[in-house]
Structures are given as structure tokens and as C-alpha cells.
Write a protein that binds this ligand. Sequence first.
Ligand code: HEC
Length: 155
Amino acid sequence: MHIFKKILLALLIVFIAIQFVQPARNKNGLVEPVDVTKAVSVPENVKMILQTACYDCHSNNTNYPWYTYVQPVGWILNNHIINGKKELNFSDFGSYPIRRQQSKLKAIADQIKDGEMPLYSYTIIHKNARLSKEQKALLTDWAQKAKDSLDKINP
Ligand code: HEC
């Protein structure tokens, strides 16, 4: 067999083999009692944007399109979920001490203003997570207002 064919065949076998290593799914289908919507007011239009652009990595309920079942895409996403939830989990937001909630809301506004979130690599594939100017403004306004409301309780 030609060396190229051997290499291609080997790659194909590796590709097929890694498909059997599927990471555990981050999905419990619950709205926890400590969900962000119970801790601060979240208008419906803001919630929709958070769900499509942020919840995949920052909640206990990731939406899994078909390509996330193809490895290594699923592994990369899984890594983002683990690291993203460590920093900010909207499903657990209400369990954070108020100081942490305040600083996270500030971080949300900052990250969106700077265009850091959602992660660029993610929006290449998840096109519906790309934020328009209006959506960015909605999210940053919301985060600021939510922080203001907590600042009143805990200056
Ligand atoms: C593809 C996964 C992914 C998506 C989608 C995503 N994030 Fe993140 N986010 C991460 C990861 C991973 C980190 C950890 C730090 C880093 O790698 O930058 C993070 C960090 C953050 C932080 C920093 C927390 C801190 O205290 O510094 C904030 C705030 C944040 N994300 C907000 C958002 C918001 C708001 C959205 C939606 C508009 C969003 N993220 C979408 C993966 C994601």
C-alpha cells in the first residue's frame, strides 16, 4: 500500500475510535431554586439571549446540536463547559454570596462590552450566539441594572 494511503487509513481509524469516547452531557433539565432568574430580575428578552449565547457554557443545561456529538468538537465544548461553569454558572447564581453576584454582574457587562464573550471560537460554529449591537446593549444594561439593585441591598 502507498504510504499516503496507510496514513489516511490510520487517521480514519483514529477518527472512528475517538467517536466512542463521548463526554458526559451537561443537562439536567431543571430550573434550580438558585437559578439567576430567582436571584435578580431577568426580563424575558434578556433570558432568551442568555439562553442562546451563554447557557451552553454557563449553566447546567447545554444545548447539544448534532456536531457536538462528533469528536473532538464535543471534547472541546466539554472543556469550555467545565471552565465556564467554574467562573460563572447561571443555574447556581443565587447560591453565590451577594458580593460575588455583584462582581459577576460587573464582569458580564465588561466581557460583553469588550467582545470577549461568547468565546469567538464558539460563535464560528454556533452562529445564532453572535450578538448584535442591540443584543449587547440589552445584556449590558440588564447586568448593570441587576447590579444596581443588589448594590441597594448591599452597598
Ligand atoms: C463556548 C463556551 C462559552 C460561552 C458560549 C460563553 N462563555 Fe463565558 N466563559 C467561558 C470560559 C471557558 C470562561 C473562563 C475564562 C476564559 O477562558 O476566558 C468564561 C468566562 C466568563 C466570564 C468571566 C468571569 C469572571 O469572573 O471573570 C464571564 C463574566 C462570562 N464568561 C460571561 C459570559 C456571557 C455573558 C456569555 C454569553 C453572552 C458567555 N460568557 C458565553 C466560556 C463561554
